[in-house]
Design a protein around this ligand. Sequence first.
Ligand code: GRF
Length: 221
Amino acid sequence: MPRNAARVAVLISGEGSNLQALIDAAEAGQLGASIVTVVSNRGGARGLERARAAGIEALHLGATRGQARADYDAALATLLAPREPDLVVLAGFMRILSPTLVALYEGRMLNLHPSLLPKYPGLDTHRRVLEAGDAWHGATVHFVTDELDGGPPVVQYRLPVLAGDTESSLAQRVHKGEHIILPRAVSWFAAGRLRLAGGSVMLDGRALEAPVSVDEGVALE
Ligand code: GRF
């Protein structure tokens, strides 16, 4: 890894399969970035083991009972600062961040969300898609702003909802797509191809009018 490679901090809460996709891409030389730390708000998160197995610092920062969001986020900011991340990736981090922390990493924080935003911010996206009878579902990587799951989208993975799909089949297919689009977005950022400017997503010097779209079964070039 070149010494000036982008430094990435990954925040997780659980399984960490998306973290694993980032680790795999880094090990394959496809990320152009170095994962410098992994932080979980849950101690037993499997993602912490994945980080350790890859030789990456793995930290548990739990919230104490009744702790105010601002105080937790201040502790998180204190933990992140000396690690000097160029980019913070929320990969299944199940906490809402306070405006102060979001502002600290404005244009340098990406989130992964299991829906085709702006549809279905929040939880239970697979169930909500099935209940609505939607024809399409997917996942989105977006820059983080104060609006929950509402920041400017960068790339989306789209899949058709099939007859017989269940929450768990959709979850599996969405995960597969997430493992494609998250490393891709991080690699764009690390290569200096992706940035946020005045609220617009710039990719290769052009403002995106719509997120880059990847359909199930069709690989990105
Ligand atoms: C992903 O589906 C992501 O979209 C959501 O949480 C899940 C995390 O999965 N925010 P994993 O921990 O990366 O396996």
